[in-house]
Design a protein. Structure first.
Length: 489
């Protein structure tokens, strides 16, 4: 671990222990402070900001839990103050230490804000491993905070024709839209459901020369097959039952402008041939009529399906595919442009807070982390629904992890509770008075294995590398401790 610009406070009443830790860690932190009691710790914290705190439980007649309680109260007070000032103060990451604490004390420390619990005596390598994980988490939190503070500015600077995104993928998409909008070439927009394919089609229309002309959109999957031909091409009076008058179709309504066919992969084969004829000849015939009507329309199609596979399955015409796919455009899924998630979430919150007449809340870093780590199978549409859900459920000026849907918060909640789970699975000796080196070493070893599996999400080779043992050795230990690595995947 290379030297960082972070600071560390060691709170322990044993001078030799403090000096030992300083000796092993001084090359990795810019500042290391020492305190032997609560008074000295308060003095250090009042004069300097500490990024990490190693806090012992027993401090002669005092308890390290007291400091954790004070820090939690201070953080709560400063959160309200900083919220009003639109500032976010970074919180110290705390590792609680004890040689003989009970499970109850460990859980209390975590409840009061400790991010980790380590049993004395411990190897320096284990401490460095835990500090490294906290450092990675802190750097992620700082990145999330920076993204959150820049949300409003980015939403304005990186909004193109109603599409929001500052990721490299979206910036490339914006450049492509600007180029193709100046042409009349046919476009095929591909992307998963909820990625905003219609927004892209609208952006092409507005940015192009036909911005003041009609834009007509139709979802091929939303119209019954029996009605779709009449909807698209129109009909004349008496052409079928209930055709009581002439009616122009949606394609004709778009004449001189843009016609957007969403989910074109759902278009029936018989209508695919009629659409192909329109693209070739530039004219349509209403249902029941032989009179051709010239059409000057820019066609944009979109689909979430793989049309090449549909062609192989004989569900889509190959000649129509090549007619439409003159310029392919791919809209990236939300999980591939996670840096856009905070901006989009904030944008949706602002929209809905105005519509629902609610005060715009702040977003906790924990929520932002959950949003970024979620896979978003429903993409931007699902994120928009999540924003509305959170705004309605939040009871104060801060959206917290409990205010977002459980499917989205589940991963973060599991991570948050992992220390409690590890404790219950043998993090501490079941008998604090048990001084057996063999038993306590086994408990410590099992705890490290569980922690490594959790961080590697059950990947045994990665866990073995973190533990600095061979994969074969890890497999033997998993068998000995009766641990199933699949529970972490």
């Amino acid at each position: 671990m290379s030297r960082t610009s972070y600071s560390l406070l060691i709170l322990d009443d044993e001078p030799i222990f403090r000096k030992t830790l300083r000796l092993h860690l001084e090359n990795e932190y810019s500042y290391i402070y020492e305190a032997q009691n609560l008074a000295e710790a308060r003095q250090v914290l009042s004069a300097s900001h500490c990024d990490f705190i190693l806090c012992d439980w027993k401090l002669k007649k005092e308890s390290g839990l007291t400091l954790l309680q004070e820090l939690k109260q201070k953080q709560h007070q400063s959160a309200n103050k900083n919220q009003a000032q639109n500032e976010i103060q970074p919180e110290p990451s705390i590792i609680f230490m004890s040689a003989h604490a009970s499970e109850e004390v460990a859980l209390k420390a975590i409840e009061l804000g400790a991010q980790d619990f380590i049993v004395k005596p411990f190897e320096i390598s284990e401490l460095k491993f835990r500090l490294k994980r906290l450092l990675e988490s802190k750097e992620l939190q700082q990145r999330l905070v920076q993204l959150e503070k820049a949300n409003e500015t980015h939403a304005l600077e990186h909004c193109f024709e109603g599409i929001i995104g500052h990721s490299s993928q979206m910036q490339s998409l914006f450049k492509l839209i600007k180029r193709v909008a100046q042409t009349s070439s046919k476009l095929l927009i591909q992307g998963e459901s909820g990625t905003g394919k219609e927004l892209v089609a609208q952006a092409v229309h507005r940015y192009g020369q036909s911005a003041k002309t009609p834009f007509v959109a139709v979802n091929c999957a939303a119209i019954p097959e029996a009605l779709i031909e009449s909807e698209l091409f129109g009909h004349i009076k008496g052409s079928f039952t209930h055709a009581h008058s002439d009616r122009i179709g949606l394609i004709e309504e778009a004449n001189g402008g843009t016609f957007f066919l969403d989910e074109i992969g759902e278009l029936p084969l018989n209508l695919q041939s009629k659409l192909l004829r329109l693209l070739q000849e530039g004219e349509i015939r209403r249902v029941g009529s032989n009179h051709p009507i010239p059409i000057d329309v820019r066609f944009i199609a979109a689909t979430h399906k793989n049309l090449e596979q549909e062609i192989q399955a004989q569900r889509f015409r190959e000649d129509l595919y090549y007619r439409l796919n003159v310029i392919p455009i791919t809209v990236p899924p939300l999980r591939e442009r996670t840096e856009d998630i905070p901006i989009l979430f904030d944008h949706f919150l602002r929209q809905m807070s105005l519509r629902l007449n609610k005060t715009l809340p702040q977003i906790s870093a924990e929520v932002l982390q959950a949003l970024i780590e979620y896979d978003w199978p429903g993409n931007v549409r699902e994120l928009q629904n999540c924003a509305e859900y959170s705004l309605i459920l939040s009871s104060n000026q801060l959206i917290e992890i409990s205010d977002i849907p459980e499917r989205i918060s589940q991963k973060i909640i599991l991570q948050k509770n992992s220390l409690q789970n590890l404790t219950k699975n043998g993090h501490l000796s079941p008998d604090p008075q048990d001084l057996s080196i063999k038993k306590n070493t086994q408990i410590l070893e099992k705890n490290l294995i569980l922690k490594a599996l959790q961080l590697s999400k059950g990947v045994k080779t990665q866990a073995a590398k973190s533990l600095e043992i061979s994969t074969k050795t890890l497999l033997y230990k998993l068998r000995d401790y009766n641990v199933d690595p699949d529970q972490f995947s």
